[in-house]
Design a protein around this ligand. Structure first.
Ligand SMILES: Cc1cc2nc3c(=O)[nH]c(=O)nc-3n(C[C@H](O)[C@H](O)[C@H](O)COP(=O)(O)OP(=O)(O)OC[C@H]3O[C@@H](n4cnc5c(N)ncnc54)[C@H](O)[C@@H]3O)c2cc1C
Ligand SMILES: *[C@@H]1O[C@H](CO)[C@@H](O)[C@H](O)[C@H]1NC(C)=O
Ligand SMILES: *[C@@H]1O[C@H](CO)[C@@H](O)[C@H](O)[C@H]1NC(C)=O
Ligand SMILES: *[C@@H]1O[C@H](CO)[C@@H](O)[C@H](O)[C@H]1NC(C)=O
Ligand SMILES: *[C@@H]1O[C@H](CO)[C@@H](O)[C@H](O)[C@H]1NC(C)=O
Ligand SMILES: *[C@@H]1O[C@H](CO)[C@@H](O)[C@H](O)[C@H]1NC(C)=O
Ligand SMILES: *[C@@H]1O[C@H](CO)[C@@H](O)[C@H](O)[C@H]1NC(C)=O
Ligand SMILES: *[C@@H]1O[C@H](CO)[C@@H](O)[C@H](O)[C@H]1NC(C)=O
Ligand SMILES: *[C@@H]1O[C@H](CO)[C@@H](O)[C@H](O)[C@H]1NC(C)=O
Ligand SMILES: *[C@@H]1O[C@H](CO)[C@@H](O)[C@H](O)[C@H]1NC(C)=O
Length: 546
C-alpha cells in the first residue's frame, strides 16, 4: 500500500513521474473512494481492491493498533494497546483514548477511529439468524446473503472459547445465572452454531476475538488490502461533501487534521462508496444536496458548498432511524465472584494473568466482559413477534449487570437530522414510539422481574421501584441502522428507500452506501456481525453493477 503523506514531502520524493502536477495539487485519481474506515468501509474497500480497482479509503480518526500507528501501548508490552486485550474492554471507557476515539460531532455515541465501533465496543458478536433478513428486499434475503456471511466467518468467525487452552475462565456468574434460567425452562444453545435459536435460550458469549486479541476488520481484512499497490489508506482525514456535476459524483472534498481542505478526484468511471456509519453517512449526503430539503437547508447554514438547488435530490435520508432500547437490571446474588480488576492489569502488577496471556494466549484476559447472553421473544399486542437479547456481566461482588435489549420486530422509528453547528441531531427518538413496543417490553421485563424476585436463589434487584420506571428510562443500544434504507420503493417518488438493491443512491449515477445506514430492519442481537455480513454482500453488488 502507499501511505499517503500528510506533508506531501514523501509523495514528492516517491512520485517522480509528476512533479509539475504536485506543484498545483495531487492529481492522482481513484476508481473507488470509500468514505469511512469502520467495519463496513474496511471490508468494502478490501473486497473492491481485491478486484484490481484502485481504491482510496478515507478515515477521519487515527489507527488503534501498533501497526496502524497507535502509540498507546501497554506498560508491559509495546506491541499491544488496551484496545487489543479482550479483558481490558471494561477499562477503555475510563482511559484517555476513549476521548480520542469517540466522535464529538453527533448527538448520539459513535466511534471516530479506524475500525469504527468495532474498535471500542464490548465485542459481543451475534451471528444473525435467518429471520433478520425477512423484511429486506428481494436479493437480500437470507438465501442470498448466506454466502456473504460465509465469507465473513472464514476470516472473522468470532469465538466463544477464545483462550488457547480451551478453558472458560471465571465461570461463577455464568453458573449461577444459568442455574436460574434452567429452572425457568430455558435451554443452553451455541449462539453462533445455532444462530436461529432465539427463544428461551442462553449461551456462552461469542466475542469478536481471534488469536487472543480483539479481532474485526482492522486485523482480519485491512492487512490483505495493504499488500496491494492499488490500495491507499488516509487517516486523520474527514470527508466534508461530495463534489457533483449533476447526477455524477466527480470527487470528494476533504479536511485534514490541520484544517486544510482539498478535493480528491475520481477517475473517469470512478465511484464513491459511503461507509461513514448510520449517523455520519446522512451528514455527508445532506452536505452534498441529498436528503430532505429542510436538512439540506440546515447544511447550507453550516457553510458547506452545496450544488445548485436544481441538482438537490429529495430522498428520505435520516428517516427510518432505528436502534435497540436497553433496560438495565442490577441483580444481587450471593456469589463471591466480581469484575476483573483491570487497574492491576493496566499497571502490570497482575503478573499471573499477564504471563498466562503473553506466553500461552490463555486466561481471563482473552475473554470479554460478559459471561452469559440470552435470547427470547414475545408476541406483541399487534400480533408481531418481538425479540429480546440479554447481556449479563459481573459488575460488583456477586452483582450481575443485566442489559436487556428490545430487538428485531420492534416497530418504533425515529428521525436523524442536522443542527446548525454541523452536529447530527436526533429530531425524533427511535425508542418506544409505538404502544405495541411498550406493551411487549413491559410484558417481558415484568415477567423477568417476577421470576427474579420469586427465585429460590435469593436474587435481589437493586434500586427496584416498579416495572414502568424501568421501561420509561431506556438507554441507547448504540446499534443505529436505517438512515439510508435499502429498498425498491424509490424515495424520490414518496417511497422509503434511499438506495436501490445494488446499494446505489437513487438519482446518482456512481454513488453507493455500504454501512449500517442501509439496513432495512433491526437485527435480533448486537449489530456488528450483521453489519459486516451486509458489507460483504454490498461490496459484491457494487462490483457487479455495470
Ligand atoms: C460504544 C459502542 C459499543 C458497541 N457495542 C457493540 C457490541 O458489543 N457488539 C456489537 O455487535 N455491536 C456493538 N456496537 C455497534 C457496532 O460497533 C456498530 O453497529 C458498527 O460499528 C457499525 O459499523 P459501520 O461500519 O456502519 O459504522 P461505524 O462503526 O460507525 O464506522 C464509521 C467510520 O467512518 C468514519 N467516518 C465518519 N464520518 C466520516 C467522514 N465524514 N469522513 C471520514 N471518515 C468518517 C468514522 O470515524 C468511523 O471509523 C457498539 C457501538 C458503539 C459505538
Ligand atoms: C496542512 O496539510 C496539508 C497536507 O495535507 C499541507 O499541504 C498544508 O500545507 C498544511 N497546512 C498547514 C497550514 O500547515
Ligand atoms: C498523490 O497521492 C497519492 C496517494 O493518494 C500518492 O500515492 C502519490 O504519490 C501522490 N502523488 C503526487 C504527485 O503527489
Ligand atoms: C479535479 O478535477 C477538476 C476538474 O474536474 C480539476 O479542475 C482539478 O484541478 C482536479 N483536482 C486535482 C487536485 O487534481
Ligand atoms: C491497479 O488499478 C488499475 C486501474 O484500475 C488497473 O488497471 C491495474 O490493473 C491495477 N493493478 C493491480 C496490480 O491491481
Ligand atoms: C503519540 O502520537 C501523537 C500523535 O500521533 C504524538 O502527539 C505524541 O507525542 C506521541 N506520544 C508518544 C509518547 O510518543
Ligand atoms: C507481547 O504480547 C504478545 C502476545 O500478544 C507476545 O507474543 C509477546 O511476546 C509479548 N511481548 C513481550 C515483550 O513480552
Ligand atoms: C447461595 O445460595 C444458594 C441457594 O440458596 C446456595 O445453594 C449457595 O450455597 C449459596 N452460595 C454461597 C456462596 O453462599
Ligand atoms: C442504587 O442505589 C445505591 C444506593 O443504595 C446508589 O449508590 C446507586 O447509585 C444506585 N444506582 C442507580 C443506578 O440508581
Ligand atoms: C413507579 O415508580 C416511580 C418512581 O420511580 C413513580 O413515579 C411511579 O408513580 C411508579 N409507578 C407505579 C405504576 O407505581
Amino acid at each position: 500500500m502507499r501511505l499517503v503523506s500528510r506533508s506531501g514531502l514523501i509523495a514528492l520524493v516517491l512520485a517522480g513521474n509528476s512533479l509539475a502536477a504536485c506543484a498545483k495539487g495531487n492529481t492522482t485519481t481513484y476508481d473507488y473512494i470509500v468514505v469511512g474506515g469502520g467495519p463496513s468501509g474496511i471490508i468494502t474497500a478490501e473486497r473492491i481492491s481485491e478486484a484490481n480497482k484502485k481504491v482510496l479509503l478515507i478515515e477521519k480518526g487515527p489507527g488503534p493498533t501498533v501497526s496502524t500507528g497507535s502509540n498507546h501501548t501497554l506498560v508491559w508490552n509495546d506491541t499491544l494497546t488496551p484496545i487489543d486485550v479482550p479483558g481490558l474492554t471494561t477499562a477503555i471507557g475510563g482511559l484517555d483514548l476513549w476521548q480520542e476515539y469517540t466522535c464529538k460531532d453527533h448527538e448520539a455515541t459513535a466511534a471516530c477511529v479506524l475500525g469504527g465501533g468495532t474498535t471500542i465496543n464490548y465485542m459481543v458478536f451475534v451471528h444473525p439468524p435467518e429471520h433478520d433478513f425477512d423484511k429486506w428486499p428481494a436479493g437480500w434475503k437470507w438465501v442470498d446473503i448466506a454466502p456473504a456471511a460465509q465469507r465473513l466467518y472464514e476470516r472473522n468467525p468470532g469465538s466463544n472459547t477464545p483462550s488457547a487452552d480451551g478453558e472458560r475462565y471465571d465461570p461463577g456468574m455464568y453458573d449461577i445465572f444459568s442455574t436460574f434460567l434452567n429452572k425457568l425452562g430455558w435451554r443452553l444453545t451455541d449462539m453462533s452454531e445455532q444462530a436461529n435459536d432465539k427463544h428461551m435460550v442462553y449461551s456462552h458469549p461469542t466475542w469478536n476475538i481471534k488469536n487472543s486479541k480483539r479481532a474485526g476488520p482492522v486485523r482480519t481484512y485491512l492487512p490483505l488490502a495493504q499488500q496491494r499497490d492499488n490500495f491507499s489508506l488516509r487517516l486523520g482525514t474527514t470527508v466534508i461533501r461530495l463534489v457533483r456535476e449533476g447526477s455524477r459524483v466527480t470527487g470528494v472534498e476533504v479536511q485534514g487534521s490541520n484544517g486544510t481542505r482539498e478535493i480528491i478526484n475520481l477517475s473517469k468511471n470512478g465511484r464513491v462508496v459511503l461507509s461513514a456509519g448510520a449517523l455520519a453517512t446522512p451528514r455527508v449526503l445532506f452536505n452534498s444536496g441529498i436528503g430532505p430539503k429542510e436538512q439540506v437547508e440546515v447544511a447550507a447554514k453550516t457553510g458547506v458548498t452545496l450544488p445548485p438547488q436544481k441538482d438537490w435530490i429529495e430522498l428520505p435520508v435520516g428517516k427510518n432511524f432505528k436502534d435497540h432500547p436497553i433496560f438495565t437490571l442490577d441483580i444481587q446474588t450471593n456469589g463471591t465472584w466480581g469484575p476483573l480488576a483491570s487497574d492491576i492489569v493496566l499497571d502490570g502488577s497482575d503478573t499471573k494473568n499477564i504471563d498466562l496471556y503473553e506466553t500461552a494466549g490463555s486466561g481471563v484476559l482473552t475473554q470479554g466482559r460478559h459471561r452469559l447472553i440470552f435470547f427470547s421473544s414475545v408476541v406483541g399486542s399487534d400480533g408481531v413477534t418481538r425479540y429480546f437479547q440479554g447481556s449479563a456481566a459481573p459488575s460488583g461482588t456477586g452483582l450481575i449487570s443485566l442489559k436487556v435489549y428490545l430487538t428485531h420486530g420492534l416497530t418504533s422509528e425515529g428521525v436523524l437530522g442536522l443542527a446548525e453547528d454541523g452536529k447530527t441531531k436526533i429530531l425524533q427518538s427511535p425508542y418506544l414510539q409505538t404502544e405495541a413496543d411498550v406493551d411487549a417490553a413491559t410484558t417481558f421485563i415484568g415477567n423477568f422481574v417476577e421470576n427474579l424476585q420469586s427465585s429460590e436463589l435469593g436474587f435481589k434487584i437493586k434500586n427496584f421501584t416498579n416495572v414502568s420506571a424501568i421501561i420509561n428510562n431506556p438507554t441507547s443500544g448504540v446499534h443505529f441502522v436505517g438512515t439510508a434504507k435499502i429498498g425498491t420503493d424509490d424515495g424520490r417518488k414518496g417511497g422509503s428507500s434511499v438506495v436501490d438493491t445494488n446499494a446505489k443512491v437513487y438519482g446518482v449515477d456512481n454513488l453507493f452506501v455500504s454501512d449500517a445506514s442501509i439496513h432495512a430492519d433491526l437485527p435480533s442481537g448486537n449489530s456488528q456481525a450483521i453489519v459486516m455480513v451486509v458489507a460483504e454482500a454490498a461490496a459484491a453488488k457494487i462490483l457487479a453493477y455495470k
